[in-house]
Design a protein around this ligand. Sequence first.
Ligand code: GDP
Ligand code: MG
Length: 162
Amino acid sequence: KKGIVAIVGRPNVGKSSLFNRIIREKKSIVEDIPGVTRDRIYGNAEWLTRQFIIIDTGGITLEDQPFAKEIKIQAEIAMTEADVIVFLLNHQDGLTDEDKVIARILYKTKKPVIVAVNKYDKKGLSTDAYEYMSIGLGEPIMISSTHGIGVGDLLDKMIAEM
Ligand code: GDP
Ligand code: MG
């Protein structure tokens, strides 16, 4: 059975950019759970000959629901369906209150959570990562989905945790 990795994070952190970089193509699967749209969220991926499935939970949307409800559903689908969860943050914003809401949901899971900080476009100080340790989900991997920085390290860690 293929491993499943789910990307969770608030809007605009770069979930779809990371997903597209990892799959290098777009897949479209829509399931008909009433009120829940799942559009183009599952992709096949391969890294170091290991094949796995990646889920962009940002593509799971609820009709007319506030952020807190939608992100809760996205995180819960990730915790149910995935073997490994990637919690994506955005270095341009730092840690936000919405990130902390998501973290509190993810604390409940026994599955491995990998924290990745996106939009780290220029390799900076190694101490930049410490800011994100306070969220209590381990040492983050600093990445840039658009430039490709750190994405190989993230893939290595996904495979290792699968
Ligand atoms: P999502 O809402 O989490 O799926 O985020 P998207 O993948 O749609 O990205 C939101 C915006 O951030 C888009 O304009 C992307 O081009 C931009 N973006 C994504 N990754 C990076 C990155 O590594 N660096 C920079 N500078 N912008 C990024
Ligand atoms: Mg998206």
